[in-house]
Design a protein around this ligand. Sequence first.
Ligand code: C2E
Ligand code: MG
Ligand code: MG
Ligand code: MG
Length: 291
Amino acid sequence: RSRKDTEQYYTLFDPVLEAHAEADKRLIDDLKHAINNKDIDLYYQPVVDANSKAVLGVEALARWHHPEQGLIMPIKFIELAEKNNLIGQLGEVVLEKACQQLAQWRAQGIDIFMAVNLSPIQFNDPQLISKIKYYIDYYDIPAHRLEIEVTESALLESNHATGHMLEELINLGVRLAIDDFGTGYCSLSYLKNMPAHKLKIDKSFVDELELDKTTTAITRSVISLARELNITVTAEGVEKESQMKWLQEQQCDQFQGYLFSRPLPSDKFCLWYKQHNATHNNITYLQPAET
Ligand code: C2E
Ligand code: MG
Ligand code: MG
Ligand code: MG
């Protein structure tokens, strides 16, 4: 028996691993059940204009309220869904709920964009674009109010079919955002051939602003190149006033981060939205009149 065989022997019968596998299997079953029942909730994180601070839109972020384990974050269940052939159905639940919510807000006079994250695996579904079109039509949403976020790494790995689908998406009038920009070794020249409307600078860059010289320099040139290419730039994970100030100086267009708000369930978002607008208007109102 070689050493490798022995290791395999012990691996197979490791009770701890067995228990983990058992728990994983149960979690996958629970997830399947939750998706079937459309029991995945969406939280909404505001995206604000860099200068006026007006709320321009929200990013829809998936949350799973597990009956026993409580709130489970996407980092725990998105990959699980991707690996177990559940991401297509999960993605559809997210898409439908996001469109439904957007329509509801529009009916209340809240005119903002809705950003939805798509897993690269969803592009294996040849029906993806027609499904998106279906929800836009069904909920009567202007296509340009829907924004699809695809990560930079997904775009880099994308094949011809995905490229074609992205083109179709844009032809529908839907906006395309490159998510987590800076993390996927995307070359800047790549942007030239990219039909994206927006790029979202990853939080890991924002975190290092003014602390790391290289990060600061890269972020500065990304913003300036995007401006020249007419691509909107959103900074993600803005937590500090100093980060916001620096990004404003570089003429970054939009901010998203805890400095403004965490992702919120829809009712809490509505309250935040009203209060934010009231505060924002008060600031304007309270400014001394020119004499
Ligand atoms: P993402 O698309 O880059 O979303 C931004 C993440 O950063 C969110 O985490 C958000 O809560 C977090 N964030 C925003 N501002 C701050 C900040 O100031 N500080 C800190 N510490 N965090 C901040 P979340 O909701 O946990 O989502 C993580 C990732 O899971 C998302 O990253 C996205 O890649 C994925 N995800 C979430 N919902 C979906 C979905 O419906 N479908 C797919 N395919 N992926 C999703
Ligand atoms: Mg995103
Ligand atoms: Mg991101
Ligand atoms: Mg991210």
